[in-house]
Design a protein. Structure first.
Lengths: 292, 295
């Protein structure tokens, strides 16, 4: 039984890692808590549903690719039409956070107006019993979720570390003023970060929807887990991945001792533990926001 | 007439909630997403004590204020070790935790089923049962909160809070105990929110955890931001506006299933628009620009 819990924890952790990285790229670069990332997950799942289940397009893979492109474009649009003008007015991180919260509320309610509050599903495969592996059972979507997450994670890491744009993203994340001084087009890098982060969130949303059903509020809890993973991971890519695995495992192994209904609370108890006793997260890199 | 009174009672409850949060968010510059949790603490204190222990309503109010104060000392001290976005996330975490307790500690709160049959208050021989009576009751507490907060923000205490909002290092250098001031503002805000919960519980006579969610906290914060941060009058205007407008939609013949969503779309849009063109809100004085950069 334990190995099954570990398997579930691994799955939750993998998706959380992906969400956490998407959040982290935006947070580190643009410097604000982008709550609307939570609705990006939902929006991408609904885009796939719209293309696939309502018969607009009957090719699963093409639908998914279109949905991810749409989410990427949506991220760019959000950045260009809302966050960039706000920054131009000298907005602080708090102002951007409030605007992002507003976007979250608007899109979530628009989705529930358009599609209703009932659970939907775009599953095009038939559900089969899982394959036994190391004493646990993995369904095919579960394996796909775990593999996809880690492949994309590694690709993102490679992109950030070795590509020209990736290096610029890192430069802006470290010090936007200095980056501007050495001639980096900071506004363009904000766009890149928002697009990349949104695409990662979009992929994560679709992966979640492959495993469970979709509904307008589906994005918030996974997003908050991803955000917590980024915070306890100390704002680095691999720290976030480790934090995500920790959260996923705690959530699924924890139910051996704690009733299932407390699962959501576990994430935040871990967050509070880290905030109070190790605010810099796993890594030693200090980005502390302690009060005087 | 009864319907009109119902709207006025709701406005009064939201005035208590938003004015008390304004003390924290508007005057001290600490955006807390935890106000609905304290609202819930007050509501549950009234519901459980009057039903299970037979306490008189005023007694439950006093107990709600005290328990909310005690909890908020802990939450405030812990969250206020952080600033800006980390503070917001810490309060969000506590909001989720308190909600989770209301939802899951079934022996105490009856969980998602909620608590029903909460008795109506008997205050010094006055049995409140009509909407008119509840209107007077809620008006009394909203006026009290309004006057109390307006009094303390204009007192030296409030000026220190505003100094901390503008520049906490400077306030510290003047020898003010910044941490204690911040925690005290957090605690006062939480205690006042508990009163709103007590009034709500005895008026509706039924409560369940869904009234005290993260979304509710965000709604209260939206009232403060849209009405005007750092202005008690702004919170008053914000509460009236955000409670009345959805009701107007209902008059336009919009079914209630849609109007809930429209209401949220409206205030979500307003939040974005407000950040863009008027970050200090309708009649506010503070526009969240203290830090300039977020690093």
């Amino acid at each position: 039984m334990l190995s099954q819990y570990i398997a579930n924890g691994l799955q939750a952790g993998s998706i959380t890692a992906l969400i956490g990285i998407g959040f982290l790229i935006i947070y580190r670069t643009s410097g604000f808590f982008h709550f609307a990332q939570g609705i990006i997950l939902t929006l991408s799942a609904y885009s796939v549903f719209f293309l696939l289940a309502t018969g607009q397009l009957n090719l699963p893979l093409i639908s998914i690719i279109f949905a991810i492109l749409f989410i990427y474009g949506f991220g760019l649009l959000m950045e260009a039409s809302i966050f960039q003008p706000l920054r131009g007015r000298g907005a602080s991180g708090t102002t951007l956070l409030i605007a992002s919260l507003g976007i979250y509320i608007v899109i979530q309610n628009s989705i529930s107006l358009l599609f209703g509050d009932d659970t939907l599903s775009f599953r095009w495969w038939s559900v089969k019993p899982g394959l036994p592996l190391l004493g646990a059972r993995f369904t095919t979507p579960q394996i796909a979720i775990i593999l996809c997450s880690w492949v994309i994670l590694v690709l993102t890491w490679v992109f950030i570390r070795y590509s020209k744009i990736g290096k610029r993203i890192k430069a802006v994340a470290n010090d936007p003023t200095l980056a501007r001084m050495v001639g980096i087009d900071v506004e363009r890098i904000y766009l890149w970060a928002m697009g990349l982060g949104s695409a990662l969130g979009g992929i994560a949303g679709i992966l979640i929807a492959c495993d469970t059903d979709i509904m307008p509020t589906m994005g918030m809890n996974p997003f908050m887990m991803g955000m917590v993973a980024a915070i306890i991971g100390g704002n680095t890519i691999w720290g976030t991945a480790a934090g995500a695995l920790l959260l996923g495992m705690a959530k699924h192994i924890g139910i051996i001792w704690i009733p299932t209904r407390w699962q959501d609370a576990i994430t935040f108890i871990i967050l509070l533990g880290f905030l109070l006793f190790r605010p810099q997260g796993f890594s030693g890199k200090r980005k502390r926001k302690a009060a005087v | 007439m009864n319907y009109l009174l119902h709207i006025l009672i709701l406005i009064n409850i939201y005035i208590v909630l938003s004015v008390s949060l304004n003390l924290l968010a508007g005057y001290t510059g600490l955006l807390s997403i935890c106000q609905a949790a304290f609202y819930g603490v007050g509501a549950y204190a009234t519901a459980l004590l009057s039903l299970k222990a037979g306490w008189p309503w005023l007694g439950t109010v006093a107990f709600g204020i005290i328990i909310s104060g005690v909890i908020s000392v802990g939450i405030g001290t812990a969250s206020l070790r952080f600033r800006d976005d980390y503070f917001i996330i810490a309060t969000l975490a506590f909001q989720v935790l308190l909600y989770s307790i209301m939802q899951n500690w079934i022996d105490l709160t009856q969980g998602p089923l909620g608590v029903s049959g909460i008795p109506q208050p008997l205050i010094l021989g006055w049995q409140v049962s009509s909407n008119g009576g509840f209107f007077l009751l809620s008006l009394f507490f909203s006026a009290l909160t309004f006057l109390f907060v307006r009094r303390i923000v204009n007192a030296p205490y409030g000026r220190v809070l505003q100094a901390i909002r503008e520049d906490d290092l400077f306030a510290l250098s003047l020898g003010k105990n910044v941490a204690a001031y911040k925690v005290s503002a957090f605690v006062i805000g939480a205690m006042l929110a508990a009163i709103a919960g007590s009034v709500y519980a005895t008026y509706i006579t039924y409560i369940d955890p869904t009234s005290f969610t993260v979304n509710e906290s965000i709604f209260i914060l939206a009232i403060v931001i849209l009405g005007g941060s750092g202005s008690v009058l702004g919170s008053l205007a914000g509460a009236v506006f955000l409670v009345v407008v959805p009701e107007l939609l209902r008059f336009l013949g919009m079914p209630s299933s849609i109007s809930a969503n429209i209401r949220q779309i409206l205030y979500g849009t307003l939040l974005v628009v407000c950040m863009m063109w008027r970050p200090q809100g309708l009649i506010g004085k503070y526009s969240f620009q203290k830090d300039g950069s977020n690093r």
